[in-house]
Design a protein around this ligand. Structure first.
Ligand SMILES: Cc1cc2nc3c(=O)[nH]c(=O)nc-3n(C[C@H](O)[C@H](O)[C@H](O)COP(=O)(O)OP(=O)(O)OC[C@H]3O[C@@H](n4cnc5c(N)ncnc54)[C@H](O)[C@@H]3O)c2cc1C
Length: 380
């Protein structure tokens, strides 16, 4: 069988790429080793933060604004509610990196925000007990996405537009072949004019180590607040990020989106436990939970409650923590999307559009220069 484009991996990025390609009338085959919206990779756990005042770099802001438009379009087309706006709060010292960079990025792109200080923070958000010197940068348009539902919606719309999607089929090998590509899987061999590789934490093996990627184990915990979820309902508690007073480490979390009994999800952004999708320790240990609770209860004392459940996930980091999106440096007719460094989900709608542009037109008008795959060439 021959296709115009094969998409390898139908997680966050691949499902979006399959949708945007099929919507342009391209003959697409999508190949996924597991079932739709599975929990073995990087895109599960019920919620992902989306925000506009992008402390990582203001370069991401035009993309996140386009991502919002595309999420709203996908909601309309698929008839699903995917993006919930709760507002967002970035907590920390006014002089800390997180707060300073958040405000600078917002100012650069005229993203609305307000700054609360001291007692004002607890007045607005009663679950929060700010530390001395804390400010809260509050942005109104932040919120959360439902990652599994987003992937399902992209897959549904891709199929509706004519994409052929294969699940529980593993790509074993791929190669550039003449003017196209060939992919061998657990079930057959397929050829296409172009290949998009969106393999998430499997990118290291799929791309034979071409990029300096580092996969790490992350733990998300759902904590039952002492005294119940009243102060954590979305009307009174936004998505949040907080910087440790000593600087550096960032914790984050969500309101009680599953109601009483569902807990409040919180986690630490980043960990140094390197793994692969094959070697990751998926078991949850008491020490994992203790690390999270100890950190989050500093500013949210009610989160010292019982941990109802917890789950591992993987980040795939690049050295500069910017994504890798563009042509494969050595293989013509192959576009890669990997290294989303623990902050990619919110962009997956627009990444799908970029990947479709690159696969079909060989270029995109969206600003993706900082994701250039060639930037690692010539490294040690
Ligand atoms: C705990 C945690 C919290 C996060 N929080 C946020 C957040 O709040 N906001 C945010 O924006 N981002 C967040 N992220 C990051 C974001 O979720 C990821 O950047 C994003 O989901 C990565 O998507 P992906 O498509 O690259 O990977 P995945 O969704 O994992 O997709 C890769 C797919 O490729 C398939 N695949 C791989 N190899 C093969 C093969 N050989 N054959 C067939 N199929 C294959 C896999 O099975 C998988 O389905 C978080 C991540 C984690 C882990």
């Amino acid at each position: 069988m021959s296709y115009d484009v094969i998409v390898l991996g139908l997680g966050a990025m691949g499902s979006a790429a399959a949708y945007h390609l099929a919507a342009r009338g391209v003959r697409v085959l999508g190949i996924e080793q597991f079932m739709p919206a599975h929990d073995h990779g990087s895109s599960h756990g019920g919620s992902r933060i989306i925000r506009q005042a992008y402390f990582e770099s203001a370069d991401y802001i035009p993309l996140v604004l386009r991502a919002y438009e595309l999420w709203r379009k996908l909601e309309r087309d698929a008839g699903a509610r995917l993006l919930h706006v709760t507002g967002g709060m970035t907590l920390g010292s006014r002089h800390g990196e997180l707060v300073r960079r958040t405000m600078a990025a917002a100012r650069e792109h005229a993203i609305p925000f307000e700054v609360l200080e001291g007692a004002e923070i607890a007045e607005r958000f009663p679950a929060v007990r700010p530390l001395t010197g804390d400010v809260a940068v509050v942005e109104p348009h932040a919120g959360y996405l439902l990652p599994e539902e987003c992937i399902r919606a992209h897959l549904k719309m891709a199929e509706r537009a004519g994409a052929e999607l294969h699940f529980e089929e593993r790509a074993i090998a791929w190669s550039g072949a003449g003017h196209g590509v060939e992919v061998r899987t657990s079930r057959g061999t397929y050829s296409a004019g172009h290949l998009v590789i969106a393999a998430g934490p499997w990118a290291e093996s799929e791309l034979a180590g071409v990029f300096p990627l580092r996969v790490t184990r992350q733990v998300m915990a759902w904590i039952q607040p002492r005294g119940g979820v009243t102060d954590f309902v979305p009307e009174r508690f936004p998505v949040w990020l907080a910087e440790d007073p000593e600087g550096g480490a960032v914790t984050y979390g969500f309101p009680a989106i599953d109601g009483e009994g569902g807990g409040v999800k919180a986690a630490i952004h980043g960990s140094d436990v390197v793994c692969t999708p094959e070697t990751i320790d998926r078991e949850i240990h008491a020490a994992d939970l203790k690390r999270i609770v100890e950190r989050v209860k500093v500013r949210m004392p009610a989160l010292d409650g019982e941990v109802l459940r917890a789950k591992t996930c993987m980040y795939t980091k690049t050295p500069d923590e910017n994504f890798v999106i563009g042509s494969h440096p050595h293989v013509p007719n192959c576009t890669v999307a990997c290294g989303f460094s623990g902050h990619g989900f919110k962009f997956s709608s627009v990444v799908g559009e970029v990947l479709a542009d690159l696969a079909v037109r060989g270029k995109t008008d969206l600003p993706v220069g900082i994701f250039d795959p060639e930037r690692f060439e010539g490294r040690d």
